[in-house]
Design a protein around this ligand. Structure first.
Ligand code: IFM
Length: 483
């Protein structure tokens, strides 16, 4: 069981989380610049104003990608860097930055994957109603066109929206992310409808204006129901939960995926949301359901479930002491098996894991290295499960680790480190973590080391082989145990 020959290995970032330079060369303000000034909104009052200073250091960062051996890099474009007012005049310097970045990547042999929107919405457009404004899909389409016309002679892979559940759910429903609104459900769903339309309009623009044949998708997210056993009853229970809409909020898969994949909102959601559901036309639903080349999935977490005694799917809590990442997320590797499988079997689309990774308690050790053994273990376990999805018959094309480097983790500021590369924010010094070198080995061997690699790069192979022998049975158990 192995990954397809042409499988692509990459890492991902987003503009506001790494670029800094928020006031340089004509960039306009985003809702995140504004939100970060709100007292108590972000941990310790931090912001992305400097972040990883990637705007100035992008060439060095591309060199790090090359050193790791990345084949692809997924980054996002800051909409207000390109269009400071969100629409209208283009900021040539801002667009020029991405132009240079793409050239650097190609020179280094790293394939660029562009995300058009990763949450840094132009403040000027927010002041005109933001996602609630019926013009917002057109604004996004116009912005898409500017970027596509500039970069599509070299960029083939496009992702429209990153995690719509989050920028609507956290940004407009619970208010813990920018712009910090707590809208009633009917308004959140209206904003969500416009975001879905924006996705569809953007795909149309990509197809109409790309200079080379584009590959376009998007990148929703969500927790994955994990069947407790391989029994048909538990697997179907998990599948039902994956597609269910059970709460009056936007935290589910179906409300986002079914319009895009099938041109319809889920019946269950329409019933549950009732009068809060948006009005829509058949034409709008057709716009949303543009054909995609791949389905991006950002997957971190799963919860266990089974077919209950009453015949209904039920959650099964993790046991006391279940492993958690630094930010308290349950380590749940089978999410990378079942998430792609449930999404593919209904959509028929190829899957790209557009994000996966963990926050670790990482620091530079006495010897100058960052020994993030937990991240290696996490990635190895998740990637084995992804390989299992491939063995199950799911066409998985690519995997992007989140993240290339430690960065601004939104409302959590800088306290959680997701990077393969450690960033010392005081000096901007980068240090490749052990996981970066290990991931390089995964890439170099096309995943062959996943079942066998027993430690960080540089360990003696004999020792590794001894460990492997001893650990082989244990590994099998782990893979089967469901978490
Ligand atoms: O840092 C975020 C990213 O911006 C979106 N997906 C989840 C990551 C970790 O929280």
């Amino acid at each position: 069981m192995s990954f397809p020959r042409d499988f692509l290995w990459g890492a991902a970032t987003s503009a506001y989380q790494i670029e800094g330079a928020v006031a340089r060369e004509g960039r306009g303000a985003s809702v995140w610049d504004h939100f970060c000034t709100r007292p108590g909104a972000v941990h310790r009052g931090e912001s992305g104003a400097e972040a990883c200073d990637h705007y100035a250091r992008h060439a060095d960062d591309v060199a790090l990608m090359k050193e790791i051996g990345l084949q692809a890099y997924r980054f996002s474009i800051a909409w207000p860097r390109v269009l400071p007012e969100g629409t209208g005049a283009v900021n040539a310097a801002g667009l020029g930055f991405y132009d240079r970045l793409v050239d650097e990547l190609l020179k280094a042999g790293v394939q660029p994957w562009v995300t058009l929107f990763h949450w840094d919405y132009p403040l000027a457009l927010y002041r005109r109603g933001g996602w609630l404004n019926a013009d917002s899909p057109k604004w996004f389409a116009d912005y898409t066109r500017v970027v596509v016309e500039k970069l599509s002679d070299r960029v083939a892979h496009w992702i429209t929206l990153n995690e719509p559940q989050c920028f609507i759910g956290l940004g407009h429903e619970t208010g813990v992310h920018a712009p910090g609104d707590t809208l009633p459900l009917h308004q959140s769903l209206r904003a969500a409808h416009h975001a879905l339309l924006a996705h569809g309009e953007s795909i149309k623009v990509i197809r109409a204006h790309a200079k080379r044949p584009p590959k376009a998708g998007w990148a929703p997210t969500g927790d994955i129901p994990l069947p407790m056993t391989e029994s048909a009853a538990d697997v179907s229970a998990a599948r039902e939960m994956y597609w269910a809409v059970t709460k009056p909020d936007v935290w589910n898969h179906a409300w986002w995926l079914l319009p895009v994949l099938e041109g319809r909102y889920p019946e269950e959601g329409l019933r549950l949301y009732g009068a809060a559901a948006p009005t829509f036309t058949a034409e709008e639903m057709a716009t949303i359901a543009q054909p995609l080349d791949f389905l991006g999935l950002n997957i971190y977490n799963g919860f266990r479930c089974r077919r209950g005694a009453n015949g209904r799917p039920e959650r099964v809590a993790y046991g006391v002491g279940h492993p958690q990442t630094h930010n308290g997320w349950n380590v749940s590797p089978p999410a990378l098996r079942w998430g792609p499988r449930f999404a593919h079997e209904r959509s028929g689309l190829s899957i790209v894991i557009t994000e996966n990774g963990m926050a670790g308690h990482d620091w530079v050790a006495d010897d100058g290295a960052v020994h993030d053994a937990h991240r290696i273990d996490y990635l190895r376990k998740y990637l084995r499960q992804l390989r299992w999805a491939v063995a199950d018959g799911v066409p998985v094309q690519a995997y992007f680790a989140w993240s290339l480097m430690d960065n601004f983790e939104w409302a959590e500021g800088y306290r959680y480190r997701f990077g393969l590369v450690h960033v010392d924010y005081a000096t901007q010094r980068r240090t490749l973590k052990d996981s970066a070198r290990w991931y390089g080995e995964v890439i170099r061997t096309k995943g062959a080391v996943l079942g066998e690699f027993a430690g960080v790069a540089g360990r003696g192979m004999k020792k590794a082989r001894r460990r492997r022998r001893a650990g082989r049975e244990k590994e099998k158990d782990e893979e089967n145990e469901g978490a």
